[in-house]
Design a protein around this ligand. Structure first.
Ligand SMILES: Cc1ncc(COP(=O)(O)O)c(C=O)c1O
Length: 490
């Protein structure tokens, strides 16, 4: 930007005129800061007295009804003054005042002036001026807000082509495009990394999206994926590792819906000895109850839809691990899409602020309810890692600090008796999903396996009388009373 002085065609003014701001310096400055910046007044040094005299003289010159642009012209011009003028015009229009009559001269002068300085004002002259009002140079980033700003943008602009070239040549940082990153999402990613003890986290549009992109990125064509069938059967995994060149072992722990647990430390050692990566889906555990990376896994994945966001209002998925492993997943995601919406990222950030409180409550409620259900005559079996009857109870105690908010159990009765129990409940919603503030209940035989025959369902261990209950943050005594009355109703 050259040092061209802006001056009013009608009233040339030298002493106080300032070159239009260098955009590269002013674009991201908050307005308050910008307006208090010392302005270069003149080549020769001016005393405070001189400046004050000048200002007084200027005030005297002001005629009643002068709009912001008149001040702008007199003041030498700056973006803030231009905005003032815009606001002034809008105000006059709102008050049905004669904008044209009052401002036509100065408007014409302003456009002349803007034409003369197109390098600065050029874009404002474009037809779409209206939609950019006040935003053209980018919004100031509010650094003193308690909460993280939601940056709803699909792209990031460059003030000059040279900046774009700087980005392409690695001298400048920018997300460039919404699919490649977002400042709000980065904050959510960093919060998850901090909880997981991970170098890097990638948030995506859903948990399924996270696993699909992760597998596509880390398992090459012809690669082999091992998944666990029986969590206690480590020999099956050993055999798979010996028989195949396994690239990646993928398991949930705890699993859905029986909450079986896989020994993360043990399977990680086995897999690593054969050069296979370990990815743990820790959704049921939450990043607070189980630290999969510290236990030896290479990657931990969550359906952030569940506990992490925690309010039944967001779909999201995340994967965390070393920068080396997450970087190729991020690169593929940047191409494939499945980007998280920044508003969803904000809801995750907000949800995570109470994660520890929610998990504490959900762990406690679920454990107490699991014990109560196990002792109830209308319940034939309870699946919960916190119970001594659970096949991996001791493993769960070793690798988890809490057992989560989901309890699965079987009712004494058939499909319809179980449905009757569910329908008698007053607090939980009948819905898929789990991990949110609101309790949710479902009958897996109907919710997830209805398209299979009873015999086929049995192959997965899904009995007609199975119930999956996700305890929310409601009062324990209320939930207890609700479950007891529903059991009595069958
Ligand atoms: C353990 C587990 N992992 C991943 C997913 C997939 O997550 P999303 O529904 O966010 O795609 C689910 C969904 O229910 C899940 O239960």
């Amino acid at each position: 930007m050259g040092n061209t002085h802006l001056s009013s065609p009608s009233k040339p003014k030298e002493t106080h005129s300032t070159p239009p701001h260098d955009q590269s310096q002013s674009a991201h400055k908050p307005k308050t800061q910008e307006s208090t910046d010392p302005q270069p007044i003149d080549e020769k040094e001016e005393t405070l007295e001189d400046v004050s005299k000048e200002m007084n003289a200027e005030e005297e010159e002001e005629e009643e009804g002068e709009c912001g642009f008149c001040l702008f012209m007199k003041g030498g011009g700056c973006k803030d003054r231009f905005i003032e003028w815009e606001n002034c015009v809008m105000e006059r229009e709102k008050n049905k005042e004669d904008v044209v009559g009052m401002c036509s001269e100065v408007t014409a002068a302003m456009f002349k002036c803007m034409e003369a300085h197109q390098d600065y004002y050029g874009p404002v002259l474009e037809k779409e001026e209206e939609i950019k009002k006040g935003e053209r140079l980018g919004r100031g980033i509010v650094t003193d807000s308690i909460t993280t700003p939601v940056v709803n943008t699909s792209a990031y602009f460059f003030k000059k082509t040279s900046e774009l070239i700087d980005l392409k040549e690695g001298r400048r940082a920018s997300f460039e495009y919404g699919r490649y990153g977002n400042p709000t999402t980065v904050v959510a990613e960093e919060k998850i990394s901090a909880l997981e003890g991970a170098e890097s986290t990638l948030l995506l549009a859903s948990g399924m999206c996270a696993s699909t992109v992760m597998l596509l990125a880390l398992v090459p064509a012809g690669g082999h994926i091992a998944t666990v069938v029986d969590p206690a059967d480590v020999h099956a995994l050993e055999s798979a590792l010996y028989k195949n060149q396994v690239t990646l072992f993928f398991t949930e722990t705890p699993t859905n819906p029986f909450l079986r647990c896989v020994d993360i430390e043990l399977v990680s050692k086995l897999c690593h000895s054969k050069g296979a990566l370990v990815c743990v889906d820790g959704t049921f555990a939450t990043p607070l109850n189980q630290k999969a990376l510290a236990l030896g896994a290479d990657i931990v994945l969550h359906s952030a839809t569940k506990y992490i966001a925690g309010h039944n209002d967001v779909l999201a998925g995340c994967i965390s691990g070393s920068e080396k492993l997450i970087a190729p997943v991020r690169m593929l995601h940047n191409v494939l899409g499945g980007a998280l919406n920044p508003n969803a990222a904000y809801l995750i950030i907000r949800g995570m602020k109470t994660l520890h409180l929610r998990i504490q409550q959900q762990n406690t409620t679920a454990l107490k309810m699991a014990r109560l259900l196990e002792a109830h005559p209308e319940v034939s079996r309870v699946y919960y890692p916190g119970l001594a009857s659970h096949p991996e109870h001791y493993l769960a105690k070793r690798q988890m600090t809490g057992f989560g908010g989901v309890v699965s159990f079987e009712i004494n009765g058939d499909l319809m008796t179980t449905a009757k129990f569910i329908d008698a409940l007053k607090i939980p919603y009948i819905a898929p999903s789990f991990g949110g503030c609101e309790s949710i209940v479902d009958q897996p035989a109907i919710m997830s396996y209805w398209d299979l025959s009873q015999l086929e369902r049995a192959k997965f261990g899904i009995k007609d009388n199975l119930v999956r209950f996700s305890f929310g943050v409601e009062d324990f005594e209320d939930l207890k009373a609700d479950i007891l009355q529903a059991l009595e109703a069958i």
